[in-house]
Write a protein that binds this ligand. Structure first.
Ligand SMILES: Cc1cc2nc3c(=O)[nH]c(=O)nc-3n(C[C@H](O)[C@H](O)[C@H](O)COP(=O)(O)OP(=O)(O)OC[C@H]3O[C@@H](n4cnc5c(N)ncnc54)[C@H](O)[C@@H]3O)c2cc1C
Length: 448
């Protein structure tokens, strides 16, 4: 009997080095290539003030268009459906007598829970999942997941010398789809934001999709920027001081194993140095947070994180709004937030500074800051975002407890001439942080 597979693309939006797609191509006679766009998935956390930004959606939209174009070369297409995965997959299973469902392993607790309940509800269907987003698969780790080291340094020492598998080529053929291609762009536009103008130079550099990601990867190593990465990586503005791999890595349109293989080729041709090692080092941070999210699941979103300590915070709506809009008494923070809002990107140094300010200067609940970044970052990645926020809030994998950055000192080090602050108008803010204080609160004294 002919078999039909359902391939659920998620954060593996590529054909290159996609072991799961190769497996599907070898196993079934027909294949539906599906992407479920969940309006609420993109902002499902209670702290998320809004839907994902127009820029983040634009990047995803471009990625899906590119994937669809690349699938056309195989006489295949991408079926984009707007709605909940938990509703769409069961419908397709029934309508098309699906025998196999494929989905890459996700770091997200919500996505994993959905997958687990689907498996439970359809015990007669083969559910296939693989680790396609990481350097190593779970079985290659030299420890059980619940034994994941509690700090990055210990993790790095365990895995640094392991061999990373060479990337696989795209499939040679794909089984045909039982479905006719349906127009989905207008559906997308009706369900999500109208795409806003892309008005900064930086944004234009982040074209979504596997094709653009591969071009960016080639350009990065051809221009030799990797030679000086370690010295330049703390920059605040521009395309060249760091790799800018993150947007494509986050939705899987670039494979991390492909990046590593290009890095190794570069080292063979041009020679390895501290900078090339440091790119690998940073990719190991990403790896660590992925397994950290897989281990700690829902704890990634709890106020106390993986600790027993609930941080003492309050919710000051005014402070939160000022931080989001870049209107705090801290010019460096304002510049970073304005850059984020305009471009969908912020440097690693900037992310550390704005998160430290959020937690330590404004005394806000770290989860609201993480949720705001989830909304705004083109490179939003559940594990890296929430893991880094926990780390900075002192409820995560930081052996030192918490990191408070001296914002004046940091400004002197990383923006000594104030060029970054001027460019993003970080020095323009309303004088007071709070317009009300405790004595202004409208509490009726007679009630006390
Ligand atoms: C508060 C906060 C939130 C963050 N949120 C995200 C997020 O949602 N998505 C995301 O991809 N990264 C996140 N990061 C990590 C880091 O800031 C970005 O990966 C990096 O700035 C992306 O730019 P790049 O590709 O040029 O990085 P590079 O400096 O060139 O690094 C190369 C790659 O290494 C990885 N990497 C580097 N630093 C880190 C790190 N600290 N943690 C995890 N991986 C790292 C990324 O995959 C990156 O693309 C966050 C960091 C902080 C402090």
């Amino acid at each position: 009997m002919a078999t039909t597979g359902l391939f659920c693309f998620s954060t593996d939006l590529r054909l290159d080095n996609n072991a799961l797609l190769l497996q599907a191509a070898a196993q079934v006679d027909k294949l539906i290539c599906l992407y479920c766009a969940e309006p609420t998935t993109l902002s499902h956390s209670r702290q998320a003030p809004n839907r994902p930004s127009a820029l983040r959606q634009q990047f995803l939209f471009e990625t899906l268009c590119d994937l669809n174009t690349n699938l056309h070369a195989y006489n295949q297409h991408l079926q984009v459906m707007v709605g909940s995965t938990a509703d769409i997959i069961p419908q397709l299973i029934t309508q098309h007598n699906i025998s196999h469902v494929y989905q890459s392993n996700s770091a997200g607790h919500y996505e994993r829970s959905q997958w687990d309940s689907l498996r439970k509800n359809y015990p007669y269907i083969e559910f296939v999942s693989l680790d396609t987003q990481t350097l190593f698969s779970q079985s290659e780790l030299p420890f059980a997941l619940d034994q994941l080291p509690d700090t990055f340094s210990k993790f790095r020492k365990h895995v640094e010398k392991l061999t990373v598998k060479a990337p696989l080529s795209p499939p040679q053929t794909l089984p045909p789809s039982p479905l006719k291609e349906r127009e989905w762009r207008s559906l997308w536009e009706a369900s999500f934001y109208a795409i806003s103008a892309r008005d900064t130079g930086l944004v234009a550099a982040f074209d979504g999709g596997e094709s653009a990601g591969r071009k960016h990867l080639d350009r990065y190593f051809k221009t030799g920027l990797a030679r000086t990465y370690k010295e330049t990586r703390n920059g605040l503005d521009g395309m060249d001081y760091s790799t800018k791999f993150s947007p494509w890595l986050a939705n899987g349109s670039l494979s991390v194993q492909r990046i590593l293989s290009e890095l190794r080729s570069y080292e063979q041709q041009a020679g390895a140095n501290d900078s090339t090692y440091w790119i690998y080092f940073e990719l190991l941070w990403r790896e660590y947070f992925h397994w950290y999210a897989r281990k700690h699941r829902a704890k990634l979103f709890r106020p106390e994180g993986i600790t027993q300590l609930k941080p003492k915070t309050a919710f000051y709506a005014e402070r939160f709004a000022k931080w989001c809009h870049g209107n705090t008494p801290y010019p460096i923070v304002n510049a970073c937030m304005k850059q984020l809002n305009a471009s969908g990107y912020m440097s690693n140094r900037g992310r550390q500074l704005v998160a430290s300010c959020f937690v330590h200067e404004l005394n806000l609940d770290w989860r609201f800051g993480a949720a705001y970044m989830e909304q705004q970052l083109i490179d939003y990645d559940v594990a890296s975002n929430w893991g880094n926020w926990q780390y900075l809030a002192g409820v995560g994998a930081d052996p030192r407890g918490h990191r408070r950055f001296d914002l004046e000192k940091q400004t002197a080090m990383y923006d000594p001439k104030g060029a970054f602050i001027r460019r993003w108008q970080g020095d323009k803010f309303t004088a007071a942080l709070d317009s009300v204080d405790a004595s202004d609160w409208p509490i009726d004294r007679k009630l006390n």
